[in-house]
Every structure is written in C-alpha cells, then in structure tokens.
Design a protein around this ligand. Structure first.
Ligand code: SF4
Ligand code: SF4
Ligand SMILES: [Zn+2]
Length: 276
C-alpha cells in the first residue's frame, strides 16, 4: 500500500492511495472525518446577552468556530490527570466582551492560551445595535466528529477510484464521445479518440462517453470503455484549519493502526482461550 501526494497545503491535500481495497479507503475517509480530535467550545457562561440572538443560538455559533489545535499539548478530558474537572491540559478558556453598535466576530474571542485561538478572525457571530451587549466566558475541549460535527477537522473529505479508459481499434474517430464528455477528458488525434494529456484524473466515471459511442456505432459494441481501478483511489481533503491536513491524515492512519492492533490482540486472546 502506498500514499503519493499530488498537492499539499496547510488546509488542503490531494493524494493517491494505491494497492488498497475499497473498504480500507473508506476507513481512511471515515477516520479523517470522525476520528481525529480537535478543540471546540462546549461550555459557555453567559454573563450578559442583550443581542437579538437567544443564548442557545449564540452558544451554537461559538461552538462552530474552528480553533487552532495542538494535539501534543492537549489531551481529551477523560484521559486527563484532572479527571475531567478542567485544567489547562484538557480545557482552553476564552472570554468575549463586546458592546454595540458593531459586528461581533471571532476576533473578539480572546483565548487564555494564544496558541488555541480561532483559526479565522473574521467569522461573524452576532451584530449588535446601540446599547446591546454580549459578555461571555467559554471553555473548549478535545473531542471527535463522532460526538458532534463541530469537532470535525475536515470540511470536505472524499475519494474516487482512479479511472481507467481504454479505446480499442474499432474507434473511427467520430468524436461523439468527445462532445458528450462533460469534463473535457477526451479529444481526437489521428482519426481516433484519445485521452487528453493531463486530463485523465478529471474523469468522473459517468460513462456518458460509452453511451455516446454506443449510439454512434452500428451494433452493440463500444469502442471506448471506462472502468474504475479497484485498488487505486484519488483523495481530496479540505480541513477547517484547526489542524494541518497532513496531521489529520497521519492521526487517522495512526488510529487505524491502533484499532487493528487492538483487534489482533483481542482475537489472539480469544483464539488462545479456545485452544486451551
Ligand atoms: S466517463 Fe464521463 S467524465 Fe469520464 S471520459 Fe467518459 S464522459 Fe468523460
Ligand atoms: S464515440 Fe466511439 S467511435 Fe466515436 S470517437 Fe468516441 S470512441 Fe471512437
Ligand atoms: Zn484536565
């Protein structure tokens, strides 16, 4: 099994997973979405709220603000030595105090630990009019997307099979498949259809070209066939900025490895007991 990166930035990545099977590719996707912990606001104390939003709405909006997360310094509450009471190792504290008239944004959310501040400072929270005020204390802790979507480190995470396009010798270059392809993958050259250089990965496997070829030909034979490679996948991942996307992938892979090792241990325990 092999992972090859095509493009990586802090918040996006595109990579190939080769030599894998569909269930494993889906496991990687699911683990990146719901198995990687991030910080999100969970507990809120509202001292004053005369804005147009109910307290619950305000709390909901604050919970959805992505926060910079350092997995080497924060631990989940249930694994912390404070036993869930809340200490700097498991809890990040914020204050927000704004008087109108003006827009309250994530910039106004002041973290006690500057390394755990909001990812983006311009996320609108609520617009205050004259004489309106919001005073809040908030606490964030680590959890995963399994508990709530606000703890998801990825905003988009998906894959598709690598396309395999074959064009046989019966192709007469009529160009019907080229006209039909919505992704501009195909062209003609030397009286035959061809995959345009650098466009193969744009193919969505919709098979419209096959249908066009069939309607253009006499009989029931396709000259073009499009199939998914069952062992190769193109992943596209977008993060919310709380963690670098590469960190999301490596944590997800590490989680899968740990789960597999745990399962192996359990199975060997069970089989050991059975053979006794
Ligand atoms: S399967 Fe769809 S996207 Fe791919 S080459 Fe055919 S028409 Fe184009
Ligand atoms: S529609 Fe079929 S015959 Fe026509 S160019 Fe495409 S592959 Fe060739
Ligand atoms: Zn703690």
């Amino acid at each position: 099994m092999e992972i090859t990166f095509v493009r990586v930035t802090d918040n996006t990545a595109r990579f190939y997973l080769s030599g894998a099977w569909p269930s494993f590719a889906n496991t990687v996707r699911r683990e990146m979405i719901s198995g990687v912990p991030t910080l999100a606001i969970e507990d809120i104390r509202i001292y004053d709220n005369t804005s147009v939003l109910f307290d619950e709405m305000l709390a909901h909006r604050l919970g959805l603000i992505p926060l910079r997360t350092d997995l080497s310094t924060h631990v989940p509450k249930d694994q912390c030595s404070c036993e869930g009471a809340g200490c700097p190792a498991c809890t990040a504290t914020y204050t927000l105090s704004v008087e109108g008239p003006r827009m309250v944004t994530s910039r106004d959310l002041i973290p006690q630990d500057s390394a755990a501040g909001p990812v983006d400072e311009n996320i609108p929270i609520v617009k205050l009019n004259e004489d309106q005020k919001v005073v809040i204390e908030a606490k964030a802790h680590l959890a995963t997307g399994k508990a709530h979507a606000k703890w998801q480190a990825t905003t988009a995470c998906g894959y598709k099979n690598y396309p395999v396009i074959s064009i046989d010798e019966h192709c007469d270059g009529c160009g019907m498949c080229v006209e039909e392809c919505p992704r501009g993958v195909l062209g003609t050259e030397g009286g035959k259809a061809v995959v345009l250089p650098g466009h193969l990965e744009d193919c969505s496997l919709c098979k419209l070209c096959e249908r066009a070829c069939l309607s253009a030909s006499i009989g029931t034979e396709y000259s073009i066939r499009v199939n998914p490679d069952p062992t190769r996948f193109i992943f596209t991942v977008e993060g919310d900025g709380s963690l670098p996307v590469l960190g999301v992938l490596s944590t997800a892979v590490e989680n899968i490895r740990k789960k597999a090792t745990d399962l192996e241990t359990i199975l060997s325990d069970v089989s050991g007991r059975e053979t006794k």
